[in-house]
Design a protein around this ligand. Structure first.
Ligand code: ATP
Length: 664
């Protein structure tokens, strides 16, 4: 049902789109009106056809995320900072890629239904072609920051929204992403969004510059600014150059100064000598490096005659020197990326592989990490693996379950106490768990259960890097990495007032989301791995029958990998031989299998499968059965899921002797 306001909006859009098409009359809302015209004339969109938001599938979303995943890590830090600035104002932050797909999102979880309905959500497609004129889509086309406020939107369903968007470019100057700050409701006047646009532009620039510095962390960086005291920290204009003084990268500010951004004419600074671009001799350039912030730091750009203050930062990381007998000239040395402890945590599950790649890149950075996942998904296991793969391996790894320590003891356990400082304490006092982890990693499991007053003390430990034991008059300095974990969404706890927002931001330098076992596609790998580990403890060789394997693959695993380990331990204990049979599994396995329509359709005779490796035939049968059971034996749906036609699916069923339950 179209409202009166929407009908008026449609008329307005169509009248502008046809008028502008005839004579490109300038007006005060030019960008928006040009976009309406494109939507009608170029993309054939009809404003009277209301569109539901297009949210892509999780597989497609993952593909888009994978394309820019390194950049996303940097952007996430900026987004969290920005969200902190605007929290309580009901804004949502979206990061879209250059195709307009929202690859990252931060919003109020309590309003996630409404936000999803409006398309302000992870996976939403906001290109102009798909959504019409909007903050992200129009920013993508115009490559400039803008606010698309209420009636500026093309689609009448979007007219309650306000969206401020800013473009992000990669270190080569190519369009990379859009940062968008949107709200479901806002005051009528577009001016009300002035600050929102300003903040979006500012954080987009900060993210872009952080990405630039990450990309060129093995190069010299020349920073230029117009304020003398701020030039070391401002990223207004940055050029990366090599040991010969040749520019190898320029940020957006520098590209604008030299009149060129991707595709636009001008003098490309990359490839030229720094001394050619400014009135600087080579000696003066290196003097700037040595001056380290003091002395005369003014330089003048030769093209524009503009004066700037300059500073030069030394490379943060040196490229490894080529090895003797290394690859031929031009060949690349591979970076060392093998971390066996982390690598063994997953098989071929895409989400886990991505998470592990992300984890590897975080190693040895001074970042605290938050791990989120259902109980038993392996949060502590991954925290320990991160510790053991880092330079802190060999130093203490101290795990604390904040939910398991009685509230009355948690303070003394964590912070420790001096002799005689509390009744019932040890006479010599006690070094708390925080201090015990000095030099290593402190793993705080179930951080959401930590009482509020201790959150305040923990925050102080993290920000000041020192701890004050109970009864002590002087704090003790420490150096530690904190990995915190929770199965609950901490943002909900923040909204409910039981978790400190500042502590949350301090803890989540980055967040790793562990998938639940039922969603993992490497269940067979995990079953075989945990079975091998349990068998080794008993000093036996163990295997598993095809049917028991099938029942385990089809099980829902509410207790995740912990439950898997317990089930295998139980099965090995009750098994007659060393091959686990369906009868060795707890009762609920058989029950769930029959409810899903499984049963003795295949491999009535138990067959031991080797713990390592499997044939492609077994794999196909397994996929086939899983798809059939997941779709309640609906052959059409199962075939769709597998990407076969029905006839092919029937052919496979015949080949493996799979009989649907209703025909048995
Ligand atoms: N990748 C893995 N490979 C083998 N075993 C694993 C793996 N991940 C977890 N486990 C096993 O699962 C069990 C639970 O792991 P862990 O304690 O790390 O889970 P958790 O998510 O921290 O649980 P909780 O939220 O209840 O504290 C342990 O027995 C652990 O050995």
């Amino acid at each position: 049902m179209i409202s009166r306001a929407q009908t008026q909006h449609i008329k307005n859009v169509l009248s502008v789109a046809t008028r502008m098409g005839a004579a490109d009359a300038p007006d005060d809302n030019m960008l928006i009106h040009k976009s309406w015209t494109r939507c009608v004339n170029d993309y054939g969109l009809d404003p009277s056809r209301l569109r539901a938001p297009n949210i892509v599938t999780s597989d497609i979303l993952r593909e888009h995320q994978e394309q820019i995943e390194e950049f996303m890590l940097v952007a996430r830090v900026g987004m969290e900072q920005l969200y902190k600035r605007v929290s309580g104002l009901d804004y949502v932050l979206l990061l879209t890629d250059a195709k307009g797909i929202a690859v990252d999102y931060i919003g109020n979880e309590a309003r996630s239904r409404e936000l999803k309905q409006a398309g302000l959500y992870l996976g939403a497609e906001w290109s102009e072609q798909s959504a019409g004129t909007c903050g992200v889509g129009t920013c993508l086309v115009e490559q400039t920051a803008l606010t698309c406020h209420q009636g500026d939107h093309f689609d009448p369903t979007h007219i309650p929204l306000t969206c401020s968007a800013a473009p992000l470019f990669d270190p080569e100057g190519k369009f990379l992403a859009v940062l968008d700050m949107s709200a479901l409701t806002s005051p009528m006047s577009k001016e009300s969004q002035h600050l929102a646009l300003h903040l979006t532009v500012m954080y987009a620039q900060m993210i872009e510059d952080a990405n630039f510095l990450r990309h060129f962390d093995d190069r010299w960086i020349l920073r230029l600014g117009t304020a003398w005291g701020l030039v070391e920290v401002s990223g207004e204009i940055m050029l990366a150059f090599d040991d010969e003084g040749v520019v190898v990268g320029a940020n957006t500010g520098a590209r604008q100064l030299f009149g060129r951004r991707d595709g636009l004419a001008g003098n490309e600074p990359v490839g030229r000598l720094v001394c050619e671009l400014f009135n600087l001799s080579a000696d003066e350039l290196w003097r700037l490096v040595r001056a380290n912030g003091s002395g005369d730091r003014s330089v003048v750009a030769r093209d524009s005659n503009k004066m700037f203050y300059a500073s030069v930062a030394v490379p943060r990381r040196r490229k490894p020197a080529p090895l003797a007998n290394a690859a031929p000239a031009g060949g690349q040395l591979l970076e060392h990326t093998s971390y066996p402890i982390l690598d063994r945590l997953a098989g071929d599950d895409k989400a886990m592989r991505r998470l592990l790649d992300q984890a590897k890149r975080l190693l040895n950075r001074k970042l605290n990490i938050l791990i989120h996942g259902e109980t038993g998904t392996g949060k502590e296991v991954i925290a320990k693996a991160l510790h053991e793969s880092s330079a802190r391996a060999g130093k203490p790894f101290v795990a604390v379950n904040c939910g398991a320590i009685p509230e009355s003891l948690i303070e003394s356990e964590l912070f420790g106490y001096t002799a005689g400082s509390f009744t019932g304490g040890r006479s010599k006092g006690m070094k708390g768990l925080i201090l015990q982890s000095d030099g290593g990693t402190l793993f705080l499991d179930e951080i959401g259960d930590m009482p509020l007053h201790l959150q305040t003390r923990l925050l102080r430990v993290l920000s000041e890097k020192e701890v004050l034991p109970l009864g002590a008059d002087k704090p003790v300095a420490l150096d530690l990495t904190v990995i915190a974990a929770s199965h609950r969404d901490l943002r909900n706890l923040i909204n409910a007032g039981s978790f400190r927002e500042d502590l949350y931001y301090r803890l989540c330098g980055t967040t790793l989301h562990l998938p639940s076992l039922r969603d993992r596609t490497d269940k067979r790998y995990l079953i075989e791995k945990v079975l091998a580990e349990e068998a080794e403890l008993l000093n036996i060789e163990a295997g598993i029958s095809s049917e028991a394997m099938l029942q385990m693959l089809c099980f829902g695993w509410p207790g995740n990998i912990r439950q898997l380990r317990n089930v295998l331990r139980f099965a090995l204990a009750v098994s007659d031989g060393n091959i686990i049979m369906p009868s060795d599994l707890p009762q609920e396995f058989g029950d769930q299998f029959v409810q899903q329509g499984g049963g003795p359709a295949v491999a009535a005779e138990p067959v031991a499968v080797p713990v390592e490796g499997r044939t492609s035939e077994e794999c196909d049968m397994e996929q086939l059965l899983t798809a059939l059971m997941r779709n309640k034996w609906n052959v059409t749906k199962a075939a769709d899921e597998l990407g076969f036609c029905r006839a092919t699916l029937y052919r496979y069923m015949k080949k493996y002797g799979i009989v649907p339950p209703n025909l048995r």
